[in-house]
Design a protein around this ligand. Sequence first.
Ligand SMILES: [Zn+2]
Length: 510
Amino acid sequence: MKPAKLLVLLVSASLSLQACSKKTGPSLAEITAQVQNSPAAKTLFAQDGNSLEYFHGVQDDSLHTEKFKHRFNGVEVLGSGVDFHSNDSFQGITPHLSSVTLDTSPSFDASTAKQIAQSLEPKSALQGEPTLKILPQKNTQTARLIYIVPMQDREVLLDAHTKQHIATIADHDNLSASNVKSAASQGIFVTPKFNDSDLQGCELKSLAGIVEDLSVNTCKERISESCQILNSNKEAQSINAQNCVDADESIDASAARAQKNASIYLNYLQLSFHRDGLDGQGTNILSVVHAGQESNNAKWIRKNKLLAYGDGDGVHFSDMTFGVDIAAHELTHGLVQETAGLLGIGESGALNESLADFFGKLAEGNEDWKFGKSVVLDKSNGDAIRDLQNPGSVKEVYFDSLLNAVVAPAPSKRSSAAPMVEPCTPDNDSCSVHFNATIPGHTWYLLYVSLGKSKAEQLVYLALTHYFTEVTDFTDAAKDIIDACKATLTSDDCDQVKAVLSATEMVKAE
Ligand SMILES: [Zn+2]
């Protein structure tokens, strides 16, 4: 296999632009204009098996981005690509490129990959066909060809040459949805029908008790009919949002709180970022309450794009619907899924958790940084689940290389991070993602203190929606935050941002 030239060619913006041109190369302004004027799918670059292909555009008030994904021999290189950013006063290019030199023919076939995945995860059923991707190994500047094997409630990542188990990506806990009693979203009561954690369909129930059996797709369509109930003729009837909340409360207080939490989060996205829902398309939020048996957890179920709340056991935690920040945390996982798509493992997973904590607290609107304070009953490890201001005030669990659970004060800088030992699976909290979350989480808090709420939340939001990728790690995130700052804030602001990133060691000391 010939060594890839892409990284060398695109290491600087000027070189990359020349590489894209047959002549002397257009200017950054010209190519940015070209990208903006003809955003149809196209190949920006193709050479030696490497290509940059148009992915999509992202538009916010203060920044516009056109994204191109990197493929090698036609296989997507996760997190690798080039982004063009522009606004009224800025034009820039961000290469997130990984050099790839590997054999893209797997050493075993997809059916063998499925067999291996099934033996690793015997309790979950196979579902769909494996896909081949390339996973960059940033520490060693190499890359691995991997199979991603989809299963009912998780995905198994295998090295497609060595068969090594790299990770199992699952939603964050084992909360069983088999005991779901009711749900609410935007004024419609729903009783989802589950097979384990897989949504099979649902029943719609109006205040008059009318029940309709719906398929998964129809169910989701009906949920998106904001704040409507069915009248006695089974016709959708619109009522205002306040009436929805009031009406639901008479039937199920948890459902009413779930619905209110969803409204608070949607309002937060709209007011702060002019964003219409998690996907930017106005799709409403489907919530399930009373999930699991006295479950001490809330969970964003990626596959069904659904927020499930446990009731709490009444000893360690109360009903999760009492936590607006809990709901907003889980819904931010939905926002991440619709934007950067950060994988929930290792540093990318910890970053995902930190964003959920940060936007969770901001959406809640309280002037404190103790995440989950309103649902914690047993305070033996601290009076919250995590504390972004003083991370060490709360003890968290991490997993050592022998999978022993170790309870320790949560870290506020990178040198105190828990070790990461592959494979990252639910058995080691996907490589201690919740423990390590307070490293970036405390960083976001310090940005809030130093820049103020508005600038800090815009900066972190733009980094998430315009810069981060599936495999962004702490080092990448720090660089992206600085780039997003340069694009939208002043140099004085960016000096403060750099100081914060150094303080928490998101930028590693040389
Ligand atoms: Zn989370």
